[in-house]
Design a protein around this ligand. Structure first.
Ligand code: ADP
Ligand code: MG
Length: 247
């Protein structure tokens, strides 16, 4: 058995899949830009949690991933930090121009969760911008808010979208936003997304992707329904399961 297996055992990380990237010890192992590392420190986030230890290297290596970990285990950063890296890299290669739509999309089951996730994204983008990194514009795409203010952001060109399924579907159907450039999709709290009946909406969203995409699915539990959904939506995923949640 390898040293990596020992680290996984120590953190109660169970992995499944082919060619799984090694776990990390520190956030700096992932070579995040300095403002990102500084912002983590400022938030008192020093030691990666188990889902971060294994999830970050898997996602940053470009693999599809199923992340199963209990509430409060730090899943948000596992998909937010790599998304920021993807958006940054893509922006440096071929910048988003006005009207063009995001490099990455996060779908959440509730407005409240989308709002919280959007705030986390913003908290990292602001210090990056201040330190001279290219401007990455996030959009909170949720219902209950005037769509016009959201369309203003789309008009400028948007890099990262955090959405609830309803408003997202609406904007895509009306061709107000396109996923032509989108290559990173995260489904957060997938168990709740499915329980709330959003499965068909999400499948419709899949159809809007043109580029090859990296797909991530996070959940606190993994009932058969979600397993089947994941199987149909992800390609050669790595599963990372931490702690108390069922396999
Ligand atoms: P989950 O989505 O798994 O329920 P969150 O991503 O919402 O959990 O994180 C829960 C809380 O833990 C947040 O306040 C977040 O800032 C904090 N947190 C995340 N990662 C770490 C870490 N490595 N060390 C300390 N706190 C962390
Ligand atoms: Mg969460």
């Amino acid at each position: 058995k390898t040293a990596f297996d020992a680290i996984r055992k120590q953190w109660h990380i169970i992995v499944d899949g082919e060619d799984i990237p090694p776990p990390i010890k520190f956030f700096k192992d992932m070579r995040f830009p300095e403002p990102v590392l500084k912002n983590l420190k400022a938030k008192g986030i020093v030691q990666p949690t188990p889902i971060q230890v294994q999830g970050l290297p898997v996602i940053l290596s470009g693999r599809d991933m199923i992340g199963i970990a209990f509430t409060g285990s730090g899943k948000t950063l596992v998909f937010v930090l790599p998304l920021i890296m993807v958006a940054l890299q893509e922006e440096l290669i071929m910048p988003i121009v006005p009207g063009e739509g995001p490099f990455g999309l996060i779908i959440c089951p509730s407005r409240e969760l989308a709002r919280q996730t959007y705030e986390v994204v913003e908290q990292f983008l602001i210090p990056m911008r201040e330190h001279g990194y290219p401007e990455l514009r996030p959009l909170l795409c949720i219902g209950g808010v005037d769509m016009r203010s959201q369309l203003e952001v789309v008009k400028k060109g948007v890099h990262i979208v955090v959405a609830t399924p309803g408003r997202l579907k609406d904007m895509l159907a009306k061709k107000k936003m396109s996923l032509d450039n989108c290559r990173y999709l995260c489904l957060d709290e997938a168990d709740r997304l499915v329980d709330l009946g959003f499965e068909d909406d999400i499948r419709e969203v899949f159809d809007h992707f043109k580029a090859q995409r990296q797909t991530l699915l996070f959940s606190a539990t993994m009932p058969t329904k979600i397993q089947n959904f994941a199987r149909s939506a992800l390609v050669k995923p790595v599963t990372v399961n931490v702690g108390r949640a069922g396999a």
